[in-house]
Design a protein around this ligand. Sequence first.
Ligand code: CA
Length: 436
Amino acid sequence: MTAPASQLASPEDPALRSWVESANDPAGDFPIQNLPYGVVDDGPAVRIGDRVLALRDVLDAGLFVKKLSSDTDFLIALDVGWLNGIAELDPSAQTMLRQNIAALLAHGSASKARVERMLRPAADCETAVPFLVGDYTDFYASLHHATNVGSMFRPTNPLLPNWKHVPIGYHGRASSIVASGTPVVRPKGQTVASDEGPPSFGPSKLMDYELEVGFFVGRSNPLGESVPVAEAWSRIFGFVLVNDWSARDVQKWEYQPLGPFLAKNFATTVSPWVVVREALEPFRVPGPPRSADDPKVLAYLDDPAGSNLDITLEVHIASAAMREKGMPPTLVSRGGFRDMFWTPAQMLAHHASNGCNMEVGDLLASGTVSGPTKESRGCLLERTWRGTEPIALGDGTERKFLQDGDEVVIRGFCEAPGRPRIGFGECRGVILPAKA
Ligand code: CA
């Protein structure tokens, strides 16, 4: 379909096509229906196919086909540097911005020649953590993950009595959220040879990844006020892939009685492109049905509209030797986000249910996404069953946990008949040796 010049275009139209040829690749992540936002060279940008468009360039050239609610507001929003400014724009201005961008990039755009000169190859762009994140919370929303891990740490009592009543989470650390591609230094910490100790201090020997999906809050609630679960979806700005790196040996010794601390807060990697809620709407699904013997969900968490997403998720690992030889990374896990027991709307509503003020740019992550099969387990702790079932990499070596030089690559995408695939790109990180 062609967008007539000087009119907005709806990226929600599955038939819309872009003049950026790489955006029309059926196996690509970034068609014109996606248009995720990121931060490139200190400024908000949008991704289309294998190209990046800086929004400040478009504004400066006066190319928006219809004015936003106020160009001054928009200029201020862009000058924030992170996406917080865009998220704080009035919702109608956000829609207008998205439709403006779609119009510029759609077939038939009158501005094609000028916009084409502004596009930069994504491979040449340095991306950043897309939001200024004030607070970060990590949930534990996968029933399969909670049951698997629980059965390792508490064989007789895997799922604690609260789990199906309350979305469990912990406050993570915002300062150590890093952009995809940032190397992760192996952490040091206290570990024990036997459950009772005594501990010794040194580099973690059981480094792990956690495959997760995260979302950024797009609208705040004042301290003392809650967020109704029915409104929670509309307050989410967009979604990213998250790797919640975890030092299992540190975690095992420190986690009781207050939960994760130094085993988790040395680094959390996020993917660079925030896929907005609107682009994911066609892939929205209800949470899995509760079993007959599951407790009924409390009314403040009842999410009948459903806010799970049908995202296919993959974890790939490449050793340093594999990368040197130019070998592709080995697929070690493939699962789905749609089976998460607690949905994003339930996570947000629960987080604010006590009057906790959620702020624009806060990051909420799902917890490890694990499915019912071995192949769909989202961390090495589960995938290798605590190291007892090592996995093979493409270079012939085996892994129980991550070694120095290993690169973990998380990918995610949504597919449905008659619609362009909506992808998240990649969330990457290489493990570096512990510091002396
Ligand atoms: Ca986690």
